[in-house]
Write a protein that binds this ligand. Sequence first.
Ligand code: F0G
Length: 351
Amino acid sequence: MAWKGVVEQYRERLPAVRDHRAVTLLEGDTPLIELPRLAAELGLKAGLWAKYEGLNPTGSFKDRGMTMAMTMAVAEGSSAVICASTGNTSASAAAYAARAGLRCFVIIPEGKIALGKLSQAVMHGAKVLEIEGGFDEAFSVVRGIAERCEVTVVNSINPHRLQGQKTAAFEICDVLGRAPDYHVLPVGNAGNITAYWMGYREYHEDAVVSSLPKMMGFQAAGAAPLVHGHKIEKPETVATAIRIGNPVSWKGAEAAARDSGGAIDAVSDEEIMAAYKMLAATEGVFAEPASAASIAGLRKLAEGGVIEEKSLIVCTLTGHGLKDPSNAIEVCPKPTKVSGDLDKVVGIMGI
Ligand code: F0G
């Protein structure tokens, strides 16, 4: 049967939608890809899988939440939506708002949005406002606007967003026939780890699965409020998607890590960029730098001897590598220039 998007697929587990017509771009049903070469490279004797969320319609996991938020905005008679974003939420909001025929406003931190994401927001017709400051400042502007204007906030304080995002946990269990032992993912605003944990718990409570994963969240070292236990005033990281100093779902992330027996830790920009290249080069899977925080985190766990043999690990790759081509170009060797002369080309190939 043709896939109809996460709202149709999991409607009975998304009680708020009742019989409302879904605003969808057929998000979800993303591949769960086994990564044996990467597992070997990391010295892991465990089963390793990536939930490749970069293959959602706008190239990130945000589409799962946005189909729900936009479906509900339409059902509730809203005519405009707004979000603050490090890029992916704005790309997704802009696309789903276009799909729904709603106006869309996005507030982004000046100069810190990967080019692919910005191109999506403008192409889908959002009104894009760049503010001085980072995501946290952009988000407080959104809160202020929501108090004054008739506009629906589609950041993850909108509870429908996390409801939609929990479907990724369902899909993983549906494909594996069980829950993984470890779920590793990047943490920025902390909504996704909260949503996954909600999804796993629901399946567990309904006995669809008989175990729960340990939730292992990774922040960038320069933007790791959950690790330090306090807000970070000026968060900095090459992984601009998770450059956040005061996450909205702080409590949800803490609860997910604590209640699952997992943890939230940090990885450096160097570790993130090394993992970013390693994933692309060893497995042919291209994910953006923030997504690679999960692989960098896994590497840290593997090196620390944390992972038991024969365990089953799922890493979420939250966004597509093409979102942020500049970082890729920067960390890799430039193409070799050569004249069209066959001998010269063969010489350089060294084959
Ligand atoms: N990975 C990517 C690619 C993201 O875009 C984000 C968040 C995260 C990880 C972290 O997820 O916030 O649920 O903990 N991006 C948001 C945005 C903040 O505005 O696009 P989280």
